[in-house]
Design a protein around this ligand. Structure first.
Ligand code: PLP
Length: 379
């Protein structure tokens, strides 16, 4: 007889490094009394990430949203940008903050990333860039998007907020496109409390980004740009350094949980899983999305979502509604059909996955989903 969880199981919980070790290294900050403004720990963090991603073209920020806003401004993107409606709102908010018009294009049905076949027909003389999202950490169709960007002389920007640690072949996901945005927010699989990071191809952008995140200061007396304040502080950097030590463990742990989910859920009628990825992709298991087929499962995604709450299981309907359906986007016309995105938004539920979740918890969650399908014990 299966019981509800005693404590709520949320879709994610942040990874925390051992408390004593964190305090030990905090002492350095107390001693230096250097809390922010390109401090020694931030520089150490930046060096570590440079080695991790094998590039010096890296810039850290206090969060991912401001990093993306600054990226678009620094790259002088304007006019229209082709993007996906199936993402977190910050992706397109960053466009609007730069007075850029988002042109929403549909996604493909397997991994929910921007559909390259639909991108090309959405290009107009005003298009300056493609902003694609490696949603759930699933790599976009990188080769096709690169070809289109090259052919039409567009910048190719990736919102890689979900994709830290993902590799294709032996190359980091950050190797592709003109620029990659990573969010290091506490809810992401790798984090620095809050934080953002840009990795980019053009070396000259580094100065621009550094100016823009620090009010435009070039030195004590010169302000060369109307910048903002988007600097990462020392405690964020310390968290980033410490969590990075556990990245492999975090991904391995998630991979195990995902395997259990897949093994159990594949047996339940009406639950569709993301297809296995090609062998050259090293995935990070950032999310655990499932699609609910109402007819076969006998209940809608929303009904499952509600019923799970009675068992103390809190999935999330990422990403519902579509960005273009939020009130603040309704004035932006959507010219392309978004059939696949709408279907995904109506059917997807992301299930809890995080390193401290137990295998037995995952087994219990799957058993609850099975019971809900059978209408037994339906709470
Ligand atoms: C989290 C997230 C962001 C924003 O990052 P913050 O660090 O929270 O500002 C941007 N895009 C996507 C897809 C995200 O999930």
């Amino acid at each position: 007889m299966i019981k509800p969880f005693e404590k709520p199981i949320y879709v994610t919980r942040p990874f925390l490094p051992p408390f004593d070790g964190f305090c030990e290294e905090l002492k350095e900050i107390w001693e230096s009394q250097w809390l922010t403004n390109n401090g020694p720990i931030l520089r150490r963090f930046s060096d570590l990430l440079s080695r991790f991603f094998d590039t010096d073209n890296i810039c850290l920020f206090n969060n991912g949203t401001l990093a993306l806003q600054i990226a678009l401004q620094g790259m002088e993107i304007s006019g229209e940008v082709i993007t996906t409606p199936f993402s977190f709102v910050a992706t397109t908010h960053a466009l609007l903050w730069n007075k850029i018009r988002p042109v929403f294009v549909d996604i493909e049905p397997d991994y929910y990333t921007l559909d390259p076949e639909k991108v090309e027909s959405a290009i107009t003389p005003l298009t300056s860039a493609i902003l694609a999202v490696h949603v759930y950490g699933h790599p976009c169709q990188i080769n096709s998007l690169s070809d289109i960007a090259k052919k039409h002389n567009l910048k190719l920007i990736y919102d890689s907020a979900h994709a830290f640690g993902v590799k294709i072949g032996n190359r980091s996901i950050a190797d592709f496109g003109d620029l990659n945005l990573f969010s290091l927010h506490a809810t992401k699989l790798y984090h620095s409390l809050e934080g953002g990071m840009l990795i980019f191809k053009q070396t000259r952008l580094k100065n621009t980004f550094n100016y823009l995140k620090n009010f435009g200061f070039k030195n004590e007396l010169e302000v060369v740009m109307v910048g903002t304040n988007a600097k990462m502080n020392e405690i964020q950097a310390l968290m980033g350094i410490q969590v990075l030590r556990y990245l492999e463990e975090i991904i391995q742990r998630r991979s195990k949980l995902s395997e259990v989910y897949r093994r159990r859920l594949v047996e339940i009628p009406g639950i569709r899983l993301v297809p296995a990825m090609s062998a050259d992709i090293m995935y990070n298991y950032a999310y655990m999305p499932i699609e609910v087929d109402e007819r076969e499962f006998r209940l809608s995604r929303d009904a499952l979502y509600e019923k799970l709450k009675h068992w103390n299981i809190f999935g999330r309907r990422y990403f519902y509604p579509l960005i273009c359906d939020y009130a603040c986007y309704r004035s932006i016309s959507v010219e392309n059909p978004l059939t696949v995105a709408r279907r995904a938004a109506d059917r997807i539920l992301t299930l809890p996955i995080y390193d401290s979740l137990q295998i037995s918890d995952v087994e219990r969650i799957c058993e609850v989903i099975r019971l809900i399908h059978l209408g037994e014990n339906a709470r």
